[in-house]
Design a protein around this ligand. Structure first.
Ligand code: HEC
Ligand code: HEC
Length: 454
């Protein structure tokens, strides 16, 4: 009982910290006492509550009890934050949805899995004909499909080579098109010879992303401020990008570089860039290899989707449950402490909270993505592509939940095991990687068991 009280209290305190902005009165980062660059658990003056938010998760998850009655949060907020419901199988909807949301989930899932045709606007260039082709195994997950991005670094910095169809390659095309007595053949794009950067992008799983979508921008900005003050060696940076539908500046959080701010926007983005289907936020067909003249033969030149299907993808993804936890054992429980002591939790944040959401199952929840959704300089592991404010070396902390169901790891899928993924950490991740290398055999075993259990 004691643990549940403590957990409830610390989470509530973390929430106070995240939402009250109490850190803003503190001295600026430069005058703050700096933590040793090598310290996993830095400065003694780090507030207990922030330590807890980063470093504690097992207790909360074990008891599942973070209700206000379990701790001191009653005075903070009558609703408190509650542990999110977990499904038992990957691909299930969030537990506790009402009938209307369950119907939306099912309808969205059908559209997500549907194979689109040229008549429906597919192409002229595309990567696959259905979201489900890449986000599957099981549905909503990832088949391990890797896409290609390219660009070049010139005197003015990174150039996505838009005039060659960059930076994303579409590797499928609709082929022969007959317009009157003329015909035209659309062919897949290739990386132009002038490109100096070429990289893979692994398909990410979509489980639990409704929770990530429901995190307030202020929460991520506050987390970035707290990291800057208390974990300066590994501090993350928000990728501030434009929300297309409103024109507002938002905190990006989706994609390998946190380049997209909302799940709804990603739906429209993917519909155009993966399938060639134009929609309200993305009304312009992408020109084949950058050649706008080739669009004269586009068999479906008007807006392909009025936004209805984008809404359906969004419904499905938003209501998709977070991954269930994997097998837990004595070793995996011990591994949690090693994860923290090695400095992994400084970027792979165990606990986050959502703000208010119209969907009760997403509203004011504590969940465990093992990511701060911020950018970190990863040294040579960076993919060289610039997106939004993310530089070539910066990548979003990859969420570690559901790791045991993944076929490959890192942005280009180069790692076949979590062990191999850890060894590739450079830049701000180098110290943690080196700590991992120095672990004793059984410590390493426990840490890897922990990762598999997330
Ligand atoms: C050809 C394979 C492919 C298809 C088809 C595809 N995706 Fe993806 N998806 C990817 C890849 C690769 C990424 C990582 C993108 C990046 O960061 O550059 C991704 C990322 C995402 C993300 C962000 C996930 C995260 O972790 O932040 C969302 C959301 C998403 N896709 C939704 C969709 C939807 C909706 C569709 C259908 C309209 C779709 N995708 C079709 C390959 C695909
Ligand atoms: C400085 C921040 C930082 C630290 C510290 C850190 N990581 Fe990471 N981690 C990242 C980033 C960023 C990525 C994504 C890299 C990429 O884009 O390929 C990542 C990716 C991973 C992946 C691959 C996940 C996937 O979806 O492909 C694993 C596994 C992982 N980290 C485990 C660890 C472990 C274990 C530790 C501690 C020994 C650790 N990380 C420390 C930032 C960090």
């Amino acid at each position: 009982m004691h643990t549940s009280r403590a957990a409830g209290g610390t989470l509530a305190m973390m929430a106070i910290l995240l939402f009250s902005g109490c850190d803003s009165n503190r001295p600026a980062v430069s005058t703050a006492p700096q933590a040793q660059p090598d310290a996993a658990v830095p400065a003694d003056d780090m507030p207990q509550e922030f330590k807890a938010s980063i470093f504690m998760s097992a207790d909360v998850e074990r008891t599942g009890d973070v209700s206000p009655s379990a701790g001191a949060s009653r005075s903070v907020d009558a609703d408190g934050w509650r542990e999110v419901g977990r499904s038992t199988r990957l691909g299930d909807p969030l537990p506790g949805l009402d009938a209307a949301d369950l119907a939306r989930f099912a309808e969205g899932r059908d559209e997500f899995e549907e194979i689109d045709t040229v008549k429906e606007g597919l192409g002229p260039l595309f990567n696959e004909a259905s979201c489900g082709t890449c986000h599957d195994a099981p549905r909503g997950g990832t088949t391990g499909r890797v896409e290609t991005r390219f660009g070049r670094v010139g005197p003015n910095g990174f150039d996505p080579m838009v005039e060659y169809g960059g930076s994303l390659i579409q590797d499928h095309a609709i082929g022969l098109v007959q317009v009157g007595d003329q015909h035209f053949i659309y062919v897949p794009e290739t990386v132009p010879a002038a490109a100096t950067v070429k990289t893979g992008r692994l398909t990410t799983p979509l489980f639990g992303l409704g929770l990530v979508d429901a995190v307030d921008d202020a929460t991520l900005l506050q987390l970035a401020r707290l990291e800057a003050r208390y974990l300066p060696a590994t501090q993350g940076t928000p990728n501030l990008v434009t929300e297309i539908s409103t024109g507002a500046t938002r905190v990006g959080r989706f994609g390998w570089k946190a380049q997209v701010p909302t799940l709804h926007q990603f739906s429209g983005d993917a519909y155009l860039n993966e399938m060639g289907i134009t929609n309200p936020d993305f009304p312009e067909e992408s020109a084949p290899q950058g050649d706008h003249a080739a669009l004269a033969f586009n068999p479906f030149p008007t807006l392909n989707d009025d936004g209805g299907n984008v809404d359906k993808f969004f419904d499905f993804m938003r209501l998709l449950a977070p991954p269930p936890r994997g097998r837990r054992s004595f070793a995996s429980e011990a591994g949690g402490a090693i994860f923290v002591a090695s400095g992994c939790a400084s970027c792979h944040t165990p606990n986050l909270v959502t703000g208010n959401s119209p969907v009760p199952a997403l509203s004011r929840k504590v969940f465990h993505p093992y990511s701060d959704f911020l950018l970190h300089d990863m040294g040579a592991l960076g993919d060289g592509i610039v997106q939004g404010q993310a530089s070539g070396r910066q990548m979003r902390t990859a969420p570690l939940w559901g790791l045991s169901a993944r076929p490959s790891f890192l942005h280009d899928g180069r790692a076949r095991t979590p062990h191999a993924a850890i060894l590739e950490h450079g830049g701000q991740g180098l110290t943690a990687r080196n700590r991992y290398l120095r672990l004793r055999v059984y410590e390493r075993y426990a840490l890897l068991a922990y990762l598999k259990s997330l």
